[in-house]
Design a protein around this ligand. Structure first.
Ligand code: F6P
Length: 407
């Protein structure tokens, strides 16, 4: 066994379910090796506060049995069941101010750590990597995000629970949609990526799933296609519909819209009327289409972590500790082809930075991925097939132009 180590751990960026399960796994694995784990509160802000003497270092030590609850449940280890982060998190971007950076580096030095485990998404991993380079820190990254957009890993902590949360919201909305013959539009988080919308939309029985990778903007032909889908469903006897839209989808002219869910709901309601007014019999009951929008918001970042997220958290936490034991630093723990592995952080951060410079998502849904194919095969509308797009778009544009003249 290697000499005892002292490792730090922090959570950075937007919180998500499963963070505490990672912390728990790291503490358990490290304590069993006789190592100390220091929990750094509020990410880099905590390091600043350490430099300013606002914490007693002994209070930051995390121990396996530090979370017992009293009474007959004493000893119950609740940490992996709890959402959020016991360490708190920080979503403020890179500390630009040189004085703040100097305090962060000094705070880290005072902790006298052998290595830091940073649990973060693409943005926070980038920041932590930069600081590690400046301070000469040994760094291990663990990916977490409900957006699932960290490159080189098929899964990130929190994604599975968020999929479950959105899926159950879709189930709940189905019955009120059906009772009123309504079109329910559900806006789902994910930043610039559509993984959360796509996975939960399929699992939740959506009729339409719009993700930025396939439908970057809600232009008139797309809205017309959606109305045609709704009309066809009505003709088959299904009077209600569930439309899932990822927050990364943009407005008609490619502009970022405040609530894309509400925007889509209005467009569908308006267009369904104009389609009917064109005189096409297929759309004759479309003027009765009533839409409602639900923006799920931050509820997607909470909820009891699923078993799948707890397993991933346990596996990622263990791998991070193993990497430290082996002296393999500057690695990102990843899930690849059914196994926990690690990637060179320099390579991962290179990809993240190049994507951010070009304003593109570093871990988007691949347009020919299994789940996109599954959605299409199930008859879920996810946008026009590329090879069909030209004809379909033109045909839809004609309908739109006719409708626009009427209104
Ligand atoms: O990256 C996670 C995420 O929840 C995104 O899906 C969402 O766009 C964003 O964070 C919301 O950030 P905030 O908590 O700052 O509102």
């Amino acid at each position: 066994m290697s000499s005892p180590k002292r490792i730090g751990i922090l959570t950075s960026g937007g919180d998500c379910p499963g963070l505490n399960a990672v912390i728990r796994a790291v503490v358990k694995c490290a304590n069993r090796r006789g190592w100390d784990v220091i929990g750094i509160p509020y990410s880099t802000d905590g390091l600043i506060h350490i430099t300013e003497g606002r914490y007693r270092l002994e209070d930051l030590v995390l121990r396996e049995h530090g979370y017992d609850i009293p009474g007959i449940l004493q000893g119950l280890d609740v940490l992996q069941f709890l959402s959020g982060s016991i360490l708190g998190s920080l979503n403020k971007g890179h500390p630009e101010n040189p004085e703040a950076v100097a305090k962060i580096l000094e705070g880290y030095r005072l902790l006298n750590l052998d290595c830091l485990i940073a649990i973060g998404g693409d943005g926070s991993l980038d920041i932590m990597y930069d600081l590690a380079q400046r301070g000469g820190w040994n760094l291990i990254g663990i990916p977490k995000t409900i957006d699932n957009d960290v490159p080189f890993t098929e899964k990130s902590i929190g994604f599975n629970t968020a999929v479950q949360t959105v899926t159950s919201a879709l189930y709940d909305l189905t019955f009120t949609a059906a009772s009123h013959d309504r079109v329910m539009v559900v806006e789902v988080m994910g930043r610039d990526a559509g993984h959360l919308a796509l996975h939960s939309g399929i699992a939740g029985g959506a009729d339409v799933i719009l993700i930025p990778e396939l439908v970057p903007e809600l232009n008139p032909p797309i809205i017309t296609h959606i109305c045609q889908e709704i009309a066809a469903m009505r003709q088959r006897g299904r009077k209600f519909a569930l439309l899932v839209v990822a927050e990364g989808v943009h407005g008609e002219g490619g502009e970022k819209v405040h609530s894309i869910g509400e925007y889509l709901a209005k467009l569908v309601a308006n267009r369904s009327c104009t389609l009917c007014q064109t005189g096409d019999a297929n759309y004759c009951d479309m003027d009765q289409v009533e839409t409602r929008a639900t923006v799920l918001g931050h509820i997607q970042r909470s909820g009891t972590p699923t078993a799948s997220d707890r397993l991933l958290a346990s596996a990622f936490g263990r791998k991070a500790v193993d990497l430290i034991e082996e002296g393999r630093y500057s690695r990102l723990v990843v899930w690849e082809a059914g196994r926990v592995r690690s990637k060179d952080l320099a390579e991962v951060i290179g990809v993240i930075r190049a994507c951010h410079r070009q304003g593109i998502c570093p871990g988007p849904v691949e347009t020919d991925s299994t789940m996109v194919k599954v959605a299409r095969s199930l008859g879920i509308y996810v946008g026009p097939e590329l090879e069909l797009m030209a004809d379909n778009v033109q045909a839809a544009l004609n309908v739109w132009e006719a409708g626009a003249q009427v209104s």
